[in-house]
Design a protein around this ligand. Structure first.
Ligand SMILES: [Zn+2]
Ligand SMILES: [Zn+2]
Length: 373
């Protein structure tokens, strides 16, 4: 990033420094006086009325700030247009004859809870549907509440205690089995929907202990939505260990970023060169070391993911293998379930155009996943 781009970024971050007058005309506030400069969009780019621009005949920070701002707007518009909404599953047909003439017919009592039953007005048969939770001996709410507590950092032992308070007696092995079953189901379904991530990503490295062994978790995140695009677990820190992270992120997002932020570690630098090097300007992925940004919000964002994962050290202790559903579960929780303060209490997936409706997002996802299986 050039000096002028950094200055332009600062103008945008200040808010209310850019006004749009009409389709082609903008005004940007001078950063040293009360003046406003006119920035006009022309076929050959933006032209600004400031002294710098008139004198040097080159792009000034004002035109660059308008250009970047328009890019951000376009991205937000695109996300809105491509938004995918996942709704809670409603039962509106007969299980046997698919007729729509069904009526609610009281509750069927299971050993531990009751399920809504229906009667079909055409074939007269009675049925109950518990999509995704068939034959489970506790409620979908208890199962998903356990998962939520666990991924929020509680130990399995705590989750077992909480469940007892709600009258549900389970072992920690049962909870582990639920996680395995449901995270797998959710993962396959969610991977079929592409998140609308921005052109600026950041990669990070988190130290883990799995079964007492030192391991590294590499993560790729979208800067704008905080969407956790992909992760990779490896024993060592070589370039070859992080290259799959770059490949998988590109597949998951359906594109490459234009800017990549990292801590500048050698493995990231080389993987970037090997995976995303291009001679063409249009195809170029700029790599920025976040050391240059010390103290600014990019650094903070990365540290936040680190904290999020470190909070789960207890969770990590129960990790048994690299491909444990626990890691995937953490990623699903981060992306689709947990609201983030940094993005106005939205979930990263919502910000990236995937909106999960319903009071219990776990249940919405699980039931949709089951129907799409
Ligand atoms: Zn200017
Ligand atoms: Zn029927």
């Amino acid at each position: 990033m050039t000096n002028r781009e950094t200055k332009a970024q600062k103008i945008i971050e200040k808010n209310n420094q850019i006004k749009q007058i009409d389709n082609h005309t903008f005004q940007v506030k001078s950063q040293s006086s009360d003046k406003w400069y006119d920035v006009i969009s022309t076929e050959s780019g933006f032209i600004c009325s400031c002294p710098y621009s008139t004198f040097r005949k080159t792009n000034c920070k004002h035109s660059i700030s308008v250009e970047i701002n328009q890019g951000i707007r376009k991205y937000i518009e695109d996300v809105k247009q491509k938004q995918v909404i996942i709704n809670p599953v409603e039962i509106n047909g007969c299980k046997f004859c698919e007729s729509n003439h069904i009526i609610k017919k009281g509750l069927r009592k299971n050993k531990n809870y009751s399920i809504q039953t229906f009667q079909c007005k055409d074939c007269k048969r009675k049925f109950s549907i518990n999509i995704g939770f068939e034959k489970m001996r506790v409620t979908p709410q208890a199962i998903t509440a356990s998962m939520n507590l666990y991924f929020n950092g509680e130990s399995l032992r705590h989750v077992v205690d909480f469940m007892k308070l709600f009258g549900v007696e389970v072992t920690h092995q049962t909870i582990h089995n639920w996680i395995k079953k449901y995270i797998g189901l959710m993962e396959t379904y969610l991977e079929s929907i592409t998140p609308q991530v921005s052109d600026k990503w950041y990669c990070d490295e988190i130290f883990l202990k799995i079964k007492g062994d030192r391991k590294y978790l590499y993560a790729m995140l979208d800067d704008s939505s905080r969407f956790w695009i992909a992760s990779q677990v490896a024993k060592t820190k070589y370039t070859e260990d992080v290259r799959p992270l770059f490949k998988n992120s590109q597949v998951r997002a359906g594109k490459k970023p234009k800017v990549l932020l990292s801590d500048g570690a050698k493995n990231f630098m080389q993987a970037h060169k090997k995976e995303w090097y291009s001679n063409y300007k249009k195809d170029k992925v700029e790599h920025i070391r976040h050391i240059h940004f010390k103290g600014d919000k990019n650094t903070n964002k990365m540290e936040r993911l680190n904290n999020e994962i470190r909070d789960r050290e207890k969770v990590m202790r129960s990790l048994k293998t690299d491909d444990s559903p626990i890691l995937t579960g953490m990623q699903i929780f981060h992306n689709y379930v947990r609201p983030h303060m940094g993005i106005d209490g939205m979930t990263p997936s919502e910000k990236a155009g995937i909106k999960i409706e319903g009071l219990n997002k776990w249940i919405t996802i699980i039931q949709n996943a089951k129907l799409n299986q």
